[in-house]
Design a protein around this ligand. Sequence first.
Ligand code: PHE
Length: 338
Amino acid sequence: MREQLLALKEEVSKALGSATTDQELDKLRTRYLGRKGPLTTILRGMKDLPEQERPVLGNLANQIKQELTGLLDDRREKIRDEERIRKLEQEQIDISLPGRRAARGVYHPLTIVTREIIAIFQGMGFEVVEGPEVELDFYNFEALNFPQDHPARDMQDTFYVAEDVVLRTHTSNVQIHTMKARTPPFRVIAPGKVYRCDSDTTHSPMFHQVEGFLVDRDVSFSQLKGVLTVFCQALFSPDVPLRFRPSYFPFTEPSAEVDIGCFLCKGTGCRVCSQTGWLEILGSGMIHPEVFRAVGYDPDTYTGFAFGAGIERIAMLKYGIDDIRLFFENDQRFLQQF
Ligand code: PHE
């Protein structure tokens, strides 16, 4: 029986040494130290031994049981330690790796273009002025020499807030505010939001314009041409073809619209320029004597020119954007491109 016990001890120690998981240890415990295990069987057989051998072998058996239990516990602790170390190593964070970048905002294409336009005119001595978007009929129409029955006054184009109050349909209202508040000479540009009851791929009920005007004595049309030429060359390219085409606005006389050569087809005619080879980008003209009279200036003393351009239109042409609504959807995939 002594040999049996020692052999058992040997066997269990070996088995424990090769166990690598908690579950394996549980199995070994049940197999060797459990109620149906060999040790229990040996201890049960104790009663059949001669009386004098019992205490010695009993002691040995209990001692071995204790030892094996101790070994098992040690082994379990070792396995758990190893597991902990393995996990720690596996789950280690490499703090030298670059972090996840926080999403970074970009300037809206309209902001970029507006600032570019402002910078060009500031380079020519213009200052930036703003005016109200909710406007009296007087500033938006009357003082700008719109005849009472002019179609632009029609409900179809203009958002009326009240009988005499509109959302400005253009930035030309700033001409009137500025002229009333100041004495010439001055040169001003006025970027801002304008509103027209119109909506499709190239028209938005709210869009942006930039107005520009210069008032002084002896201002000539050639100065208007010069300023707008510098502007277009700086904004598009130094060799952009330009065309001043006679036009009509109630508040300028003479009036001209400025076209640039279509950069898509280089003038041969395409879908973008409606087969004309030209793209209209702004309206302009010499300030009408009636406008000067409306603000209390003597038209024999003062002269000036004015111009107005749609900022979305310029941005669409510059960046090749074919739907104005993209500017107002705030889709990151669109905005991140500029
Ligand atoms: N206000 C005009 C428009 O909205 C543009 C313009 C401004 C024309 C100044 C001439 C002079 O179409």
